[in-house]
Design a protein around this ligand. Structure first.
Ligand code: FAD
Ligand code: NAI
Length: 466
């Protein structure tokens, strides 16, 4: 006999598993269908979590080799135990994905293993070792995204890799090609550069990290160049020939001109991700997609078919785990008859390079383009006492506020721990706060966060320490 649920979630990434937990908290009987052997989706299994484990370990490796001496710690030059670093990464993944299993049990959520498809609203077919049909009042699709491909470049996940192969290389490549100077390219390019690879990043546009404030992007590029990454902007990779001992890549200037060739050991394709809807049977269910293959929803995450909702990477908006999570919470609340809501104007982004770059709200480029009159409060970490103590004086905080009302419209931080500090500006924006609210808030001394307050002061009468 078919099981009956209030809600069935397809996909257990940050969008799906959080939606399931919130729905269970609200009293619903919830099922989750996942085709992978573990829960947690891209983020926990092959994305956010393993990449941050490698970013942390490789950053310490780099610091031990370069900064410790200045701090008075004399140690022999560190040597790399890559297999142990990978074990650490795998252990972190296991701990996180089993955390989701624990949360499912705690919230009495029923997991199903297999591919979920939707023959019609109100029913989910699970195809796996034990196929079954679930009767369900509501469905949330949280099927996520997969790496985008480049025509003519065949990924084998060993020599030509996506992020999935790049987090499990068995040895440090001597020469690594990164295609795309976006978030994945710079994070994983940094990991392998710190561990000894000569990394060349080829980017189609004339700048790195599209969407990031262009001043911060220029500064980050200079910092990464100092760390040994080489950038080829306004360039495309037109092909990769796989030879027995090396990869031969063909570069072409975007504006036209002569092609160049260069040899690499590993190439990482990091040119974006695309929504994943394979196997869901959306056509049969009558669920409409948009022109970019994303599931179309209304402001309440409902598709064109009543009772079928979609959230996360598979719908419009930034492909970020916390955006997926918050949509999961909002969708569950809406299904429960509450007023679930996500403030898309205040979703922070963090690039976990060294230093980190974090931003929220509008960038200066966007304010200019939209003709909004703004003022800038900018404070460098060279003038922050704690940053000096930590040998972390690179970077700045920039706060953008409305000229007339002083309301904070956006901010960008480039520094160590920027990803933690950005939430100060995010919370302020959530409450429609003014720069003066932040400037008048006492900040503990000595902390890096004092630079955030000083930037807010710069929007008014001026900072104290500069
Ligand atoms: P996903 O996490 O992709 O989960 C979808 C799940 O659905 C998968 O488990 C899949 O197996 C399952 N599924 C799909 N179809 C079916 C089906 N028919 N039946 C059953 N199961 C199905 N974001 C951040 O915010 N911070 C980061 O630091 C960060 N780092 C990243 C690093 C890398 C290398 C990558 C690739 C991504 C990173 N992201 C990061 C992005 C983040 O992983 C995604 O935004 C997030 O995982 C999206 O969540 P989701 O729930 O929409 O989908
Ligand atoms: P991205 O969209 O961040 O960057 C892709 C880059 O590739 C862009 O700069 C683009 O101009 C460039 N590009 C596209 N085609 C190209 C070509 N043919 N040749 C050269 N360059 C080309 O995508 P990325 O880095 O693959 O990441 C995918 C998603 O995953 C991002 O949207 C991001 O939201 C998410 N993610 C988030 C992380 C975080 O929050 N820290 C970490 C990793 C991924």
């Amino acid at each position: 006999m078919a099981d009956t649920f209030d809600l069935t979630v397809i996909g257990s990434g940050p969008g799906g598993y959080v939606a399931a937990i919130r729905a269970a908290q609200l009293g619903m009987k919830v099922a989750v269908v996942e085709k992978w052997p573990t829960h947690g989706g891209t983020c926990l299994n092959i994305g956010c979590i393993p990449s941050k484990a490698l970013l942390h370990a490789s950053e310490l490796f780099e610091e031990a080799g370069h900064q410790f001496k200045t701090l008075g710690i004399d140690i022999p030059a560190p040597t790399l135990n890559l297999s142990q670093m990978m074990t650490h990464k795998d252990d972190v993944v296991t701990a996180n994905v089993s955390g989701v299993d624990f949360l499912f049990k705690k919230n009495k959520i029923t997991p199903f293993r297999g591919v979920g498809s939707i023959p019609a609203a109100g029913r989910v077919l699970v195809t796996g070792e034990k196929s079954t049909t679930i009767e369900t009042r509501n469905i949330i699709i949280a099927s996520g995204s997969v790496s985008a491909n480049l025509p003519g470049i065949e990924v084998d996940e060993e020599r030509v890799v996506t992020s999935t192969g790049a987090i499990k290389l068995k040895e440090v490549p001597k020469r690594m090609l990164v295609i795309g100077a976006g978030i994945i390219g710079l994070e994983l390019g940094s990991v392998w550069a710190r561990l000894g690879a000569k990394v060349t990043v080829v980017e189609f546009l004339d700048r790195i990290v599209p969407g990031l404030d262009s001043e911060a992007a220029r500064q980050l590029q200079r910092m990464l160049q100092k760390q040994g990454l080489e950038f080829r902007l306004s360039t495309k990779v037109a092909g990769i020939e796989k030879n027995p001992g090396s990869l031969n890549a063909r570069f072409e200037p975007v504006a036209g001109g002569d092609a160049e060739f260069a040899e690499f050991d590993v190439a990482l394709v990091a040119v974006g991700r695309k929504p994943y809807t394979e196997g869901l049977g959306l056509e049969a269910a009558g669920v409409a997609l948009d022109e970019r293959g994303r599931i179309r929803t209304d402001a309440h995450y409902q598709t064109n078919v009543p009772g079928i909702y979609a959230i996360g990477d598979v719908i419009t908006g930034p492909m970020l785990a916390h955006k997926a999570e918050d949509e999961g919470i909002a969708a569950a609340e809406i299904i429960a008859g509450q007023a679930g809501h996500v403030n898309y104007g205040a979703i922070p982004s963090v690039l976990y390079t060294s230093p980190e770059v974090a931003w929220v709200g509008k960038s200066e480029d966007e304010l200019k383009a939209e003709g909004i009159e703004y003022k800038i409060g900018k404070f460098p970490f060279t003038a922050n006492g704690r940053a000096k103590a930590m040998l972390a004086t690179q970077g700045f905080v920039k706060i953008l506020a409305d000229v007339k009302t002083d309301r904070v419209l956006g901010g960008v931080i480039i520094s160590k721990n920027a990803g933690e500090m950005i939430h100060e500006i995010t919370v302020l924006m959530e409450f429609s706060g003014a720069a003066e609210d932040l400037a008048r808030t006492t900040h503990a001394h000595p902390t890096l966060s004092e630079a955030v307050r000083e930037a807010a002061l710069m929007c008014g009468d001026g900072a104290i320490h500069i």
